[in-house]
Design a protein around this ligand. Structure first.
Ligand SMILES: Cc1ncc(Cn2c(C)c(CCOP(=O)(O)OP(=O)(O)O)sc2=O)c(N)n1
Ligand SMILES: [Ca+2]
Length: 529
């Protein structure tokens, strides 16, 4: 007779999930006992790290990742990371151990009281089965909810005395279920969209993370070239959807209402694909659209389409819709945009700390063409996009909700998902502290990430915000006295402090050949975002 335990592992196995990212407590041990040999458990020392590693793994692989947290305390520790996973459409199957059914009502220790409320609104669905026999079906529903568009995290709370209970053999029917979404436009919808594009005089493309998530980067290049349109990346970019040295590429849009309209002025049709409209950040009021412009959004996310403050939207499969639109669009006679100029090499420094621009120029020279960057140094984003070329799908990840503590663990998760590509974490000395224990997991599992800590001794982005918000006298904006080499070595990661361009060149190339993780701590100047 099957048990909840055996039926659930069989379901996970058949659905291609064989890694469990977790940090255990007593509630989780009955799930982890008799751990199958064909599964791997990746331990993080804090649940925010566990969620971040799983998030990086799921975003980069495109596959669902299974997370196992400890009751309410573990779920609470993971909530910060969950904000990023929610906004990045990350397919995470998050489970949490619950106290035994008979002890929940008296709120005994480790009871996850009102468990399904805890992760909301940062999950697509949360559920606690009302009896043990429903656990395998609940996990099956969680997998399909997490992986169908718009993808996103889900949450299932499971009482620990369910796992050894017997279930009907029909529970095994769940293992082979195949659930998919079609999501293609009708002929009428496609004709209407293509007509708008073919009749536009000066169209512009604004591309978002779901182009990269659905591997539609090459289709986007073909469309941009066919209509000879400039291409902007949607504001607050958590991924890179378009090659950054392509002639059509124009950079990332500013995360402000007025700024977006200013950059898109003069265009009569704004086509947004794979992005919300828009992920504003700075409060800079203005008109949502430039004079004379219309906007149409292609998205996989009904909520994104519904909450937009202007324009039209079509919800469907990103890659399918883009491919159909490409076919239906006429080749334009307009001339192609002229490529942006490549920035002049960053000037050397004769004394004092290096500049972030020097580091980015060196990365652009020394890193492999298909390197993957996990970025979390908030004041250097613009300089990075200008100086470090990104060509391939899945080359860039940034916390989608701006929730810091993403970079270090996500770099570990991305490297687990992409062992053939070098992952480089470019992390600020402020951000690094929110999930610093990810270094331990990288060392323990010998995951060869290169961690670059840009150490300017301050919350650089907040220094900039304090100026535009007239709050420059705010306390708590500096982070002096941190020794990341000592911290990293304490978690088992080889670490070197870098104080010259030549030393960076030598140590970075050594790190490329290392078998395990390496951390480069680089004192730098502070620059404007
Ligand atoms: C979990 C969390 N806490 C606090 C913040 C606030 N915050 C903070 C603290 C920033 C400074 C990050 O400093 P850094 O050293 O990582 O990078 P820069 O110096 O390049 O800005 S940017 C920002 O929005 C946040 N986004 N997320
Ligand atoms: Ca900093």
């Amino acid at each position: 007779m099957a048990t909840v335990h055996s039926a659930t592992y069989q379901l996970l196995r058949q659905q291609g999930i064989n890694k469990i990212f977790g940090n255990p407590g007593s509630n989780e041990l009955p799930f982890l006992k008799d751990f199958p040999e064909d599964f791997e458990y990746i331990l993080g020392l804090h649940e925010g790290v566990v969620m971040g590693i799983a998030d990086g793994y799921a975003l980069s692989s495109g596959e669902p990742a299974m997370v196992n947290l400890h009751a309410a305390a573990g779920t609470g520790n993971a909530m910060g990371a969950l904000t990023n996973a929610w906004y990045s459409h990350s397919p995470l199957v998050v489970t949490a151990g619950q106290q035994a059914r008979s002890l929940m009502g008296v709120e005994s220790m480790l009871s996850n009281v009102d468990a399904t409320q805890l992760p909301r609104p940062l999950v697509k669905w949360s559920y606690e089965p009302s009896w043990h026999g429903d656990v395998p079906r609940a996990i099956s529903q969680a997998i399909h909810m997490a992986t169908q568009p718009a993808r996103g995290p889900v949450y299932v709370s499971i009482p620990h005395d369910d796992w050894q209970q017997e279930v009907e053999d029909d529970a095994l029917l769940l293992a082979d279920r195949d659930v998919a979404t079609a999501g293609m436009p009708s002929t009428a919808q496609l004709t209407k969209l293509a007509d708008r594009l073919n009749n536009a005089v000066n169209p512009v493309l604004v591309l978002g993370p779901d182009i990269d998530a659905y591997h539609a980067n090459a289709l986007a290049v073909q469309l941009a070239e066919k209509i000879a349109a400039p291409v902007w990346v949607a504001p607050s970019a958590p991924r890179c959807p378009f090659p950054t040295r392509h002639a059509c590429f124009r950079g990332t849009l500013p995360a402000a209402v007025a700024g977006v309209s200013a950059k898109l002025a003069g265009h009569d049709l704004i086509i947004v694909i794979g992005a919300p409209v828009f992920r504003y950040h700075q409060h800079a009021p203005g008109r949502y659209l430039p004079e004379g412009a219309e906007l149409v959004q292609l998205t996989c996310d009904l909520q994104e389409a519904s909450r937009a403050p202007m324009g039209d939207a079509l919800v469907g499969d990103i890659s399918g819709m883009l491919s159909a639109l490409l076919t239906a669009t006429q080749q334009t006679q307009r001339s192609m945009p002229v490529a942006l100029p490549v920035p002049a090499p960053a000037p050397d420094v004769t004394e004092g700390p290096l500049t972030p621009e020097i580091i980015f120029d060196e990365l652009n020279t020394l890193a492999p063409d298909d390197a993957i960057y996990v970025k979390e140094s908030t004041s250097t984003v613009t300089a990075f996009w200008q100086r470090v070329e990104m060509r391939h799908q899945g080359s860039y990840f940034f916390p989608a909700a701006g929730g810091l503590g993403f970079g270090l663990p996500a770099a570990v998760g991305v490297q687990l998902a992409q062992p053939e590509r070098q992952v480089i974490g470019v992390i600020g000395d402020g951000s690094a502290n929110y999930a610093i224990t990810a270094l331990w997991t990288a060392a323990q599992y010998q995951i060869p990430v290169i961690f670059i800590i840009l150490k300017n001794g301050t919350y650089g982005a907040l220094r900039w915000f304090s100026r535009i918000l007239d709050a420059e006298d705010s306390p708590g904006l500096d982070v002096p006295g941190l020794d990341f080499c000592a911290i990293a070595r304490g978690y088992g990661v080889e670490a070197i402090e870098i104080n010259s361009r030549e030393q960076f060149q030598t140590e970075f190339q050594n790190a490329l050949n290392a078998k395990g993780p390496v951390l480069l701590e680089i004192p730098t100047t502070t620059i404007e975002p």
